[in-house]
Design a binder for this molecule. Structure first.
Ligand SMILES: [Fe+2]
Ligand SMILES: [Fe+2]
Length: 304
């Protein structure tokens, strides 16, 4: 069995405390950089081996070092670089967190939220602009980052405490983590899902809840918000069809719907304007009773 894992070329410079290996012509793994040694990978790209590897036993430490490095980079970029760069680092953080949730990749996310809160938490303009900045090829990451930014915007607008903001922003960032365990053909598709596929898609709420509970480092309300973010107050949501839904899930469910309709297009559905979207959701609030009126009213005010 192979005891080595290939690492992304774009990430090798983040691994300072992890030994890096390359492959010799005979297929053997050879130590390229010992633990703790710094190498300037950008200096002479031509002399670099084509692929880098880490030992499997180092994977948890590697994920942690990578996420810490992303956070340091994010902190540096918040003030000096543009929103595209900030969004791109956030996409890296979330991509890594989602791809290896069982290897401790979620541990550094509260720190990511704290950095965003310190930098943008009380700046409605920046949070709104962040949701308008797209990172083209990573729409799933874009979606959860936008949901997080809108949750933070809502919390700032309603003067919620730092602790409450942290919890809601984290729940927003993690609300679709269960999708990482589904078939990518169901999650990343432009077509309408078949009935069977939709049944499978619906399991992401419960899967996400279990993943976050197993991670063990998050407030119980975050796991509950993930489980209930597709439930609706009229009892017509999923997975359980319950009408009594926690506040966190009501807010995230509402923002989730708004973000989806304003940013995600499908073959059978075009992107809607914020005005049209709010009108559509208003119908779901007032006529169908799917969402909470007060939360909807506050969200309209802070998105305006
Ligand atoms: Fe979802
Ligand atoms: Fe979502």
């Amino acid at each position: 069995m192979d005891d080595f894992i290939q690492v992304k070329e774009s990430q090798v410079h983040h691994y300072r405390n992890i030994p890096l290996y390359c492959k010799a012509d005979n297929g053997d793994y050879v130590l390229y950089k010992p633990k703790g040694k710094y190498i300037n990978f950008t200096q002479d790209k031509r002399n670099l081996p084509p692929q880098f590897f880490i030992q499997k036993q180092d994977s948890q430490t590697a994920v942690s070092e990578l996420q810490k490095s992303f956070n340091t980079h994010l902190k540096q970029c918040l003030n000096s670089k543009g929103l595209t760069k900030v969004k791109s680092i956030l996409c890296d953080v979330v991509t890594e967190a989602m791809s290896r949730p069982s290897e401790g990749s979620l541990k550094e996310l509260p720190e990511t939220i704290d950095i965003m809160f310190e930098g943008y938490g009380h700046n409605a303009q920046l949070l709104k602009k962040l949701t308008e900045t797209s990172s083209t090829d990573r729409s799933t990451m874009d979606h959860v980052i936008n949901t997080m930014a809108m949750a933070m915007l809502y919390c700032s607008h309603c003067n919620l405490s730092k602790e409450e903001t942290r919890k809601l922003s984290l729940a927003a960032l993690l609300h679709d983590i269960g999708k990482t365990k589904l078939d990518a053909n169901i999650v990343i598709t432009n077509r309408k899902l078949t009935d069977n596929e939709f049944e499978e898609y619906k399991t992401h709420a419960a899967i996400g809840h279990d993943l976050i509970k197993e991670a063990g480092t998050f407030d119980a309300s975050i796991a509950q918000a993930i489980l209930e973010h597709h439930e609706r107050l009229d009892g017509n949501g999923y997975p359980r069809g319950i009408a009594h839904i926690c506040f966190e899930a009501q807010l995230i469910g509402l923002i989730d719907s708004y973000e989806y309709l304003t940013h995600r297009s499908k073959v059978h559905r075009k992107i809607k304007s914020p005005f049209d979207t709010l009108n559509l959701i208003k119908h779901e609030v007032i006529i169908e009773g799917k969402f909470n009126r007060t939360i909807f009213k506050e969200l309209c005010t802070c998105l305006a």
